[in-house]
Design a protein around this ligand. Structure first.
Ligand SMILES: NC(=O)c1ccc[n+]([C@@H]2O[C@H](COP(=O)([O-])OP(=O)(O)OC[C@H]3O[C@@H](n4cnc5c(N)ncnc54)[C@H](O)[C@@H]3O)[C@@H](O)[C@H]2O)c1
Length: 254
């Protein structure tokens, strides 16, 4: 029996089969969950990718900047499942001007876009799903360690610092409803989001060398395993936490 047997899970953020969310959806199904996906933008592409999962899940449109999408999300997801036990936030975006070493010149409009999509949407998604989480559940988001200033990550780093803080506030406010809220801070992985960061190569070179456990830049399953574990019944008293899945880099000095 899988560790998500009988659970109903909403997974956002599938874009390609290299997406961290794709691995989460695949593993969740393998562990017994019923999965519903949300897709942003090119829905037909997401639907095509969804067919590569063990069972083809329904795909629901969600742009986290679209209030109507958020307001109707629970009703649209509710057409496929009678509730949710888990929600995965695997969404991030920053305009090119907010990345790559342009930190001092990025405009507020571009920073605002990064924060809206990458930080505020964690709260928006969780709140939009509340009507389906009457029996409690688990919300999991994808993070990149925001305790340090990294090369090239710039305003996305600030967005992730906000995400880490939002994680604690959501844990505070949703605990009473039996909802756990946790982040998985993954090391660098070769996804579309990563490829759009100018200078991402710097991470690719440094990480495998610095990680005591080593690090495979194309293995999204290690992060997915942590997400699935956090949505299982095996972390019943853990909330507001950040689980590092980075080969150990966060714990190392120079
Ligand atoms: N790849 C890495 O190195 C790495 C490391 C740590 C954390 N993360 C985080 O993992 C998460 C998933 O990214 P990924 O690396 O799998 O890349 P990805 O490009 O496969 O996924 C990013 C997703 O964000 C979605 N998205 C962008 N704007 C959106 C919007 N307005 N509304 C809804 N969805 C929107 C995209 O459609 C895409 O599915 C992100 O939060 C990212 O910051 C990635």
């Amino acid at each position: 029996m899988g560790i998500l047997e009988g659970k109903r899970i909403l997974v956002t953020g599938v874009l390609t089969d290299a997406s961290i969310a794709f691995s989460v959806a695949k593993l969740a199904q393998e562990q017994g969950a019923t999965v519903v996906l949300t897709g942003f933008g090119r829905l037909s592409l997401v639907e095509r990718i969804a067919k590569r999962l063990p069972q083809t899940p329904p795909v629901i449109e969600l742009d986290v900047q679209n209030t109507e999408h958020l307001d109707t999300l629970a009703a649209r997801v509710g057409e496929h499942v009678d509730g949710l036990d888990g929600v995965v936030h695997s969404i991030g975006f920053a305009p090119q001007t907010a990345l790559g070493g342009n930190f001092l010149n990025t405009t507020w409009e571009d920073v605002a876009t990064a924060l809206h999509i990458s930080t505020f949407s964690y709260k928006s998604l969780a709140v939009a799903c509340l009507p389906l989480m009457k029996e409690g559940g688990s919300v999991v988001g994808l993070d990149f360690d925001a305790t340090k200033a990294w090369p090239v990550y710039d305003w996305m780093g600030v967005a992730k610092a906000g995400l880490e803080s939002a994680n604690r506030y959501l844990a505070r406010d949703l605990g009473k409803q039996g909802i756990r809220v946790n982040l998985v801070a993954a090391g660098p992985l070769r996804t579309m989001a990563a490829k759009s960061i100018p200078g991402f190569k710097e991470f690719e070179e440094a990480w495998p060398e610095k990680a005591p456990l080593g690090w495979d830049l194309s293995d999204t399953e290690v992060a997915a395993k942590a997400c699935v574990a956090l949505m299982s019944d095996w972390f019943p008293a853990t909330t507001g936490e950040i689980v590092h899945v980075d080969g150990g880099v966060h714990a190392m000095g120079v």
